[in-house]
Design a protein around this ligand. Sequence first.
Ligand SMILES: [Zn+2]
Length: 276
Amino acid sequence: MFNCPICGNSMKVEQSVSLVCEKQHCYDISKQGYVNMLFHTTKTKYDRALFESRNIISRSGFFDPMLEGISNRILQAQGADRGGELKILDAGCGEGSHLMEVVSQLEERQSSHKVLGVGVDIAKEGIVMASKAGADQVWCVADLAHSPFADRQFDFIMNILSPSNYAEFRRLLADDGMVIKVIPGDDYLQELRKMFYSQTSKESYSNDHTMELFSRHYERIDSERIQYRVVLDSKRMNHLINMTPLSWGASPETCEQTMGDEMEVTVDFTVLYGWN
Ligand SMILES: [Zn+2]
């Protein structure tokens, strides 16, 4: 499954504690079972607190209708039985909850395939959490631009609310595979947007540019809009505000003002499907 991110050669596991390539580049496998392919840990805004908030929001069911939509599509797409193992990459998996949910939905609803989930993220904090919760999946700290995987092996690549690397997606996707990209819809968390950014240019949002970019990279595309509303108690509201990049541009005072109330928020996703 792995290709060395430095020299591109294939790799093998040695004594179950490291991955070594033909040129002896060596990467540790941690006790929790994830592989670290980064030599320097990159500091990102995605720290432990953010991933804990996202995990709590995830487990409250906030993303479930969107993830069900994805699972349905995967089941439909592999209707013509290809047999064997189904490999799904989550590019930018964070703390892994989306991938684990999709894999468990697929396993529940079809038993003919074994499903292998592979999660990759540049933020080590996310992967550490993911590897503790999802022992059956493969987790990897790596830069998506130099991703450590062999060519054309993934049946599905998910990329949920996270930056894309289309060249890598193309390289990694199996010939009849499908890329699934989730982006915020125009009304996503509009209630927060109004509070944080009233009368500024950030008050409204459009995903036209991202959709256009996506459509340029695939021969055939399809899209689906998934909208629903969620009521969050004050505790979960705080976690939602902590986890969303929307709050990063808002002043701490504004964030504080909005914390502490139960709220109903709009969830609005555009799911893009692409085939090479
Ligand atoms: Zn190497």
